[in-house]
Design a protein around this ligand. Structure first.
Ligand code: TYD
Length: 225
């Protein structure tokens, strides 16, 4: 019988350095013979990618933004994430609902109770005999001081709507993540993203090895350069 799927999300403020590690972790799982679905939010389907481009580029009120993000998430869950998990894939998702709590809830001050209702509504899946709310099995939270992240970003690329926000916005986003992590300590693995690439990779792979998802030798071999 094939192995059960694993759903891992990657979170953190802009500039925390998720990207290289997502690719490397995909390589590590593939080296172990696992099929990997590498995806992102908002996005991951043609419809959700259209919504992503609107959310990241257009100005709108917070409720409109939240509804578009959850609409994208619904399409993504139905068409990509649930089928991949059912096949037994490892799903690596660059951001998921914690980002909505952090950015729209923390950053923009949108009502958290409404976000919880939408979360239940959009992520409920009919299981055999039980309905459950789909959540990642593990969330790797790249935690970094907003001032450091801002410095890293300013060296990089043209900012999108969120990346162009002032550091106070990212302080609130960071608090939003900390609050979500405190609510689900079993799901969150905090990664100290201030450390160098090698140390960050070691933190990530240790979390995978502890859960029995990755063999330590494969983790060493697939480290990003
Ligand atoms: P990001 O994931 O950082 O992609 P890239 O590496 O291409 O910049 O960008 C997505 C942006 O969308 C990021 O600024 C956070 C924001 N976002 C939200 O505001 N709410 C959400 O629910 C999600 C998933 C993302």
């Amino acid at each position: 019988m094939s192995k059960p799927g694993i759903f891992i999300s990657f979170e953190g403020i802009d500039g925390a350095g998720k990207s290289t590690h997502i690719e490397a972790l995909a390589g590590a799982f593939r080296a172990q013979g696992r099929a990997v679905t590498l995806t992102r939010e908002p996005g991951g389907t043609p419809l959700a990618e259209k919504l992503r481009s609107i959310v990241l580029n257009d100005t709108m009120d917070a409720l409109t933004e939240v509804l578009l993000i959850f609409a994208a998430r619904r399409d993504h869950l139905a068409k990509v994430i649930e089928p991949a998990l059912a096949r037994g894939d490892v799903v690596l998702c660059d951001r998921f609902t914690d980002a909505t709590f952090a950015y729209q809830g923390g950053g923009r001050g949108f009502d958290l109770e409404t976000l919880s209702i939408l979360e239940q509504w959009v992520q409920t899946r009919q299981g055999p005999g039980v309905d459950f709310v789909r959540q990642p099995d593990m969330t790797l939270w790249f935690d970094l001081a907003p001032e450091v992240a801002a410095q890293r970003l300013s060296d990089a690329r043209v900012p999108d709507k969120f990346e162009a926000q002032p550091v106070e916005f990212f302080n609130r986003v960071a608090q939003g993540y900390a609050q979500r992590a405190a609510q689900s300590p079993g799901r969150f693995a905090r990664i100290d993203a201030a450390q160098g690439r090698h140390a960050v990779w070691q933190q990530i792979t240790s979390a995978m090895v502890r859960r029995g998802w990755l063999a330590i030798m494969v983790a060493d071999r697939t480290e990003p350069q």
